[in-house]
Each structure stands twice: as C-alpha cells, then as structure tokens.
Ligand binder design. Structure first.
Ligand code: ATP
Length: 217
C-alpha cells in the first residue's frame, strides 16, 4: 500500500477477517461513501489480543481480503499490523497512521456496535479518540453501552452531526446507519466445516481460496 502523505481524510476498518465476507464489504463501501474518503483501509489484525490462536494465518486472511476487494478501487488492504511483532493493539496502529498524516487531517476508525461494547478491554482504550474519531455501525442484537465508565466515555464524545465530525481531526464518536447483512465469519467457518455452501456470503474469489487451501474444514 502507498503510505505517501496527502491531506485526504483517512478511514480505517480493522477486523480479524477470518474470512472477509459480504457484511464487511457492504459496510466498507457505505462507510467510504458516507465519510467521503478517497480510500478506506481494511486492516487485518495479525495477532488478535482477545482471541484464541487462529488456525488460519494472518497472511491467508490478507490474501482473502485482497482477493475480495480486487475490483473495488476505494477499498485498500493495509498490512500495517502484519508488519509489527507482538499483539496487534489498535492504539499502536492509530499512532503510526497519525504520524503519517497531518495533525488536522480527519482520521476515522470504523467499528461495529458489537466491538464498541467491549472496547473498554482494549489496551489504552481511553486514548483512542486522541488520534481519531470512532464511527460505529449498528449490528443486530447489540445495543449502545448503557452504564458504567464506557457509557460515560461514549456520551462525552458523541456527535450526531456528520459535518461537524468531518470538520475536525479526532475526538468524537459518531453512530451511523449502514446495512446490516446477517452474515458473520463464524457462520461461514461453521458452514464450511459442515460441508455446506458459502456462495454469495463472500465473493467467489474468497470461496475459491477457501476451497483451494482447505480452510475451515
Ligand atoms: P467472527 O464471527 O469471527 O466474530 P465477524 O464476522 O464479527 O467475525 P470481524 O472480522 O470480527 O468479523 O469483524 C470486523 C468488523 O466488522 C467489526 O467491527 C464488526 O462489527 C464488523 N462486522 C462484522 N460482520 C458484520 C456485518 N454482517 N455487518 C456489519 N458489520 C460487520
């Protein structure tokens, strides 16, 4: 990926992407449009701090991501977390990206509501908004945090005005309306292990990669 600096706002969308699926891809396209970014960087997590070791390597998850977005110029696969050693902490990624862009460039970190609900377990979570805005997409069965330190942190930063968000570089939390396709990576892994078809849950290139490499069997 070209890491050269320009003054266009930057959106990041991280995930395990094990594997990437149409739910990820649909919201990535919608987020890039709503946030009006030139590109949305999709970042596979190399070593997820909160998950058991994965049977599929970071390199394979990256290959599936690249195959999935081949014809989508607005979506970019960013290997930033694969190039670091140790657990993939988002705060480190944000610091690295912020150092590459000007301090007044808007930087957005896009997450699903399921992720927001547990963000208070992340390394240095309270400092995330020092570097970026958080853009949260609704997901079925996941509500806003209602009480405690996380709920307070959210309400202090909440911004419902997209123009206001775009006119500052970091510090706010925005809840956006995006499609919620009822697809998850877990569902895809389970289907493959049962021998069920996964066509149309993820692009054909990803289906082929999974079959050719005997993943999730
Ligand atoms: P798993 O089933 O393995 O937990 P997942 O499908 O939730 O995986 P992740 O790679 O963990 O996918 O998610 C990356 C990001 O994509 C998260 O912010 C998550 O909220 C979001 N996301 C995942 N699936 C969808 C979907 N169907 N619609 C909208 N957002 C999604």
């Amino acid at each position: 990926m070209d890491r050269s600096v320009n003054n266009m706002s930057v959106a990041l969308f991280g995930g395990t992407f094990n594997p990437i699926h149409n739910g990820h891809l649909r919201i990535a396209v919608e987020l890039a449009e709503q946030l009006d970014v030139e590109s949305l960087r999709m970042i596979p997590c190399a070593l997820p701090p909160h998950r058991e070791a994965l049977t599929v390597s970071a390199e394979q998850r990256l290959q599936m991501l690249k195959a999935a977005i081949e014809n989508q110029p607005r979506l970019v696969a960013d290997e930033i977390e694969l190039q670091r050693q140790g657990p993939s902490y988002t705060i480190d990624t944000l610091r690295q990206v912020r150092a590459e862009i000007t301090s007044d460039t808007p930087l957005y970190l896009c997450l699903g509501m399921d992720v927001l609900a547990t963000i208070d377990s992340w390394h240095q979570w309270q400092q995330l908004t020092d570097y970026c805005h958080l853009v949260i997409s609704a997901r079925p069965d996941h509500n806003m945090p209602q009480q405690g330190a996380l709920a307070e942190w959210v309400s202090q930063r909440r911004c419902d005005d997209l123009q206001q968000l775009k006119s500052s570089s970091a510090g706010k939390l925005y809840f956006c309306e995006t499609s919620m396709l009822a697809i998850s990576s877990t569902q895809i892994r389970d289907k493959v292990s049962r021998g069920d078809a996964i066509d149309y849950l993820t692009p054909a290139a990803v289906v082929n990669y999974i079959q050719q490499n005997y993943l999730y069997e």
